[in-house]
Ligand binder design. Structure first.
Ligand code: UTP
Length: 303
């Protein structure tokens, strides 16, 4: 095990939210896509709740032009709280204060959205020389199937960085980052030997897709500083992970993948976002029964 790995508790989470969110325009013209509601809570709040549940109580948002909505959501709204208090609406009062009390939230601005790798590099000052977790609001992990604790175990055992993988049908691999892997003696852990961002189906080195949870060694910052713009002219986190995968363990290198087989909701494009909203809403005890009844009737009449 690398010396860097021993005894370093993971405490900090980074949530990038500075992308243009072009796939959701015009909804994302004045707010980050991470603020889109999934049923009645912004996607980013699910992600912060997941981080906090895993013991990460220090959360850094990487924000862009439209950070106002984000900041306001995680801040107090005294006027609204007063109105609810006067009405005696304790349930909703709890809802609006919940997001404020979740974690210690910090913000750093990414001047220009030059890519996910560049967004992560913006976290360097805040993170320092500690391992940290990056969570993307595009992927919501069901709280009944947490994955961060397993990723932390793997980091504690082997050091280096740990990414989260999911088996997907070969024909959809071109939507994701895809690793070349070597098996280990643990069924749910693989060694990542290489990575390709959104490969053509024929070139995909495995049937694993990288999903939006990364436990990164701080060595990633030095690598990102040297990473040139890649696919789409963006500084890609995938390219930095590729370099980390080849680096020696005593320099913070090595990348392992944990294979996630739990429930995940994809909110990254319009169709998968709508599917996720419907799935989660159907499971809710307050609105689920009514929605399911309507949905069955609606589906039965679809052409
Ligand atoms: P995406 O590529 O999914 O987000 O980036 P996007 O660019 O906002 O979306 P589209 O493709 O235009 O619809 C993955 C994550 O990285 C963040 C995004 O906010 C998203 O959470 N990101 C991306 C940044 O913070 N900065 C960037 O420069 C790029």
């Amino acid at each position: 095990m690398s010396k860097r790995a021993s005894g370093q508790v993971v405490r900090k989470a980074v949530v990038p939210a500075a992308g243009f969110g072009t796939r959701f325009l015009p909804a994302t013209k004045a707010m980050p896509k991470e603020m889109l509601p999934v049923v009645d809570k912004p996607a980013i709040q699910y992600v912060v709740e997941e981080a906090v549940a895993a013991g990460l109580d220090d959360v850094l948002f990487i924000t862009g032009r439209s950070k106002r909505a984000l900041e306001d959501h995680f801040d107090r709204n005294l006027e609204l709280e007063d109105v609810l208090r006067i009405k005696g609406d304790d349930e909703r009062l709890t809802m609006v204060t919940e997001s404020t009390d979740l974690a210690r939230i910090h913000y750093v601005r990414q001047g220009e959205p030059l890519g996910l790798g560049h967004a992560v590099l913006m976290a360097e000052n805040h993170i320092g020389d500690e391992p940290f977790v990056v969570l993307l609001g595009d992927d919501l992990i069901d709280p009944r199937d947490p994955i961060l604790p397993r990723m932390m175990q793997v980091r504690a055992e082997f050091g280096g960085s740990v990414i989260c993988l999911m088996q997907v049908p070969r024909e959809s691999i071109s939507l994701y980052g895809c690793p070349a892997v070597a098996e280990t003696s643990s069924g749910d852990v693989v060694i990542v030997t290489d990575l390709i961002e959104k490969p053509d189906t024929a070139e995909a080195p495995s049937e694993f897709a990288v999903i939006g949870r990364y436990l990164l060694d701080p060595a990633v910052f030095e690598v990102l500083r040297a990473t040139k713009p890649g696919r789409g002219g963006e500084i890609q986190l995938t390219d930095a992970l590729r370099v980390l995968a080849q680096m020696p363990a005593d320099e913070g290198g090595g990348v392992r993948g944990v294979v996630f087989s739990g429930r995940r909701y994809d909110t990254g494009d319009r169709v998968s976002y709508l599917q996720s909203v419907i799935q989660l809403a159907c499971e809710r005890p307050d609105i689920g029964p009514e929605l399911r009844t309507w949905l069955k009737e609606f589906a039965a009449e679809l052409p």
